[in-house]
Design a binder for this molecule. Structure first.
Ligand SMILES: NC(=O)C1=CN([C@@H]2O[C@H](COP(=O)(O)OP(=O)(O)OC[C@H]3O[C@@H](n4cnc5c(N)ncnc54)[C@H](OP(=O)(O)O)[C@@H]3O)[C@@H](O)[C@H]2O)C=CC1
Ligand SMILES: O=C(O)C1=N[C@H](C(=O)O)C[C@H](O)C1
Length: 264
């Protein structure tokens, strides 16, 4: 019998951290070796980062962009463990840190661990490739619960990357993250984002392709965050023992070619 995969969870007391721990307890293929809280925090089941790095096969990070990037640097400096990053809300320099760390350890980062959403990315890229930017506007709408701290969501940015890749442009060159006041007419080729925060919404994403006389909407609804937790554990299982490098959920699902990025 193979020994269980040793998992530590950063952000252990958060919504996702708790969802993952409740799955871990029910699966003999995994052994929970401890949660990581904020530096200096203590509590039942919490261990510090260096203890987790020393004992885990894979750390799952559901904290914040800055905390996840810092953890990636620490794991890389120690030569392991593998890291699955689900956190979102990254600054460009934090993404660079993660890319650098992936030179030493395997890192899988995804702003969304759902199967359906990762499939949707391929459909969005395909539609963006097929519909000319002259005459077809792309807008991405996301809605989440009122405790979410980053916007647009990591998933919305992944969908934006997929749309931009379909059009053969970089998202940074065409994105419009917010609108307010006298904005002027919408420039052709722009990819716009709109954000809602309300109540307990788990995660809603829609991509609109709008022409003068018709609109196509591709959308995804997350109904329960246990689904994200299951995807993250599947990612951990897939990542353990891989060569150093930066991977995505689309690699796990075999959907990678032509996928667009992992902006998250
Ligand atoms: N990829 C995916 O499929 C999904 C990604 N997410 C992303 O995961 C992240 C967490 O979401 P969620 O669980 O809802 O958020 P929560 O706020 O519920 O949890 C975040 C946890 O991280 C902890 N934390 C914050 N900073 C640090 C730090 N520096 N070191 C260690 N721990 C830290 C917080 O501690 P404290 O309790 O002290 O504040 C908290 O327990 C978000 O970025 C979210 O967007 C969410 C769902 C799915
Ligand atoms: O914070 C959340 O809750 C979620 N965050 C991720 C994101 O930013 O896209 C994924 C999911 O939509 C839930």
């Amino acid at each position: 019998m193979t020994s269980p995969l040793k998992i530590a969870v950063a952000g252990a007391n958060g919504r996702m951290g708790r969802a993952i721990q409740s799955l871990l307890g029910a699966d003999p293929g995994f052994a929970f070796v401890g949660g990581i809280g904020r530096p200096g925090s203590a509590g039942a089941g919490l261990i510090d980062r260096s203890a987790a790095i020393g004992v885990a096969d894979v750390i799952l990070d559901f904290t914040t962009g800055s905390a996840a990037a810092e953890l990636a640097g620490l794991c890389a400096a120690a030569g392991g463990p593998a890291l699955v990053i689900g956190a979102t809300g990254f600054e460009p320099d934090e993404l660079e840190l993660i890319a650098e760390a992936a030179g030493s350890i395997p890192i899988l980062r995804s702003g969304n661990f759902s199967i359906g959403l990762n499939m949707l990315m391929g459909l969005v890229a395909q539609a963006a490739r097929a519909l000319p930017a002259e005459g077809w506007d792309i807008e991405i709408l996301e809605a989440h619960h009122n405790r979410k701290i980053d916007a647009p969501s990591g998933t919305a940015l992944m969908l934006g990357e997929a749309a931009a890749s379909g059009r053969g442009v970089s998202l940074a060159s065409v994105e419009r993250r917010a609108r307010d006041g006298i904005t002027g007419e919408r420039p052709q080729g722009e990819i716009g984002f709109a954000v809602l925060r309300a109540g307990g919404i788990v995660g809603e994403h829609s991509v609109l392709f709008a022409a003068a006389e018709e609109v196509i909407t591709l959308s995804h609804s997350a109904l329960d965050r246990a689904m994200f937790a299951r995807g993250a554990l599947a990612a951990a299982r897939w990542l353990a023992g891989r060569a150093p490098g930066e991977y995505s959920m689309r690699d796990v699902l075999g959907l990678a070619p032509g996928a667009g990025g992992q902006a998250g």
